[in-house]
Design a protein around this ligand. Structure first.
Ligand SMILES: [Zn+2]
Ligand SMILES: [Zn+2]
Length: 180
C-alpha cells in the first residue's frame, strides 16, 4: 500500500516510489515461478487532476523449471507498469455510488500489488527455456540431451512437437529381449 496523500490534493504533483514486494510464488498457467528475492518495483505516480497515472517497472528474479529439460534455472522477468486510475469525480458527490469503483485505490492508498503482478505475468514466458537451444530430454529414454546423448532415434529430439510432453515419463523399458 502506498499512501498518496502527499500528491492527492495537488494536480501535477508526482511521487517516486521504490519498493520491494515479497510475493512468494507466481503461477502462470502450469508454470510456477519461485521468487528468489522480493520483486523490485520503481514507480512514478502523478496526480493528473482527474486521476493518478502510475508508470514504472517491476523486476522479478525468479527460479523456474525449464519446459524442455525440467532443470530449474534463474531468470529475470521485467514488466512495465503503465496504468491510469480515475479518482472520484468531484461532481458526483451525491451519487449513490460512493466512488469506490477503483480496483487499486482504497481511500488515499494505492495497492500496487495487482499492478505489479499483472505486469510480471504478461512478461512471464509460457514455456521457459534454460537456454534458447536447450535440447530437452529424450522422450524415449529420458536422457538429458544437453549433457549426454542416447541411442534413440534422433527424430525424437528437439524439433519434436511432443517435447512439451516430456514431463510424462514412463518407466524406462527394460531391455529384456535380444540380450543373448
Ligand atoms: Zn532446458
Ligand atoms: Zn533416448
Amino acid at each position: 500500500m502506498i499512501d498518496l496523500t502527499p500528491i492527492l490534493d495537488r494536480a501535477g504533483e508526482s511521487l517516486i516510489v521504490e519498493d520491494r514486494l515479497d510475493m512468494g510464488e507466481i503461477a502462470v498457467g502450469d508454470v510456477t515461478f519461485t521468487l528468489r528475492e522480493p520483486v523490485s518495483v520503481e514507480l512514478l505516480i502523478t496526480n493528473t487532476g482527474d486521476g493518478v497515472l502510475v508508470e514504472g517497472t517491476a523486476a522479478a528474479q525468479v527460479r523456474v523449471p525449464c519446459s524442455r529439460c525440467a532443470e530449474s534455472f534463474d531468470h529475470t522477468i521485467t514488466g512495465e507498469i503503465s496504468t491510469y486510475l480515475l479518482t472520484r469525480s468531484r461532481d458526483s458527490e451525491d451519487s449513490a455510488n460512493d466512488g469506490d469503483d477503483l480496483e487499486c485505490l482504497e481511500g488515499h492508498n494505492l495497492d500496487v500489488l495487482p499492478l505489479v503482478l499483472a505486469a510480471i505475468v504478461i512478461e512471464a514466458p509460457f514455456a521457459p527455456l534454460c537456454r534458447p537451444d536447450c535440447m530437452g530430454l529424450c522422450p524415449e529414454c529420458g536422457t538429458d540431451l544437453n549433457v549426454d546423448s542416447c541411442e534413440c532415434e534422433s527424430s525424437y529430439t528437439k524439433e519434436s512437437p511432443f517435447s512439451s510432453l516430456q514431463g510424462m515419463f514412463t518407466e524406462n523399458e527394460v531391455e529384456a529381449d535380444g540380450n543373448d
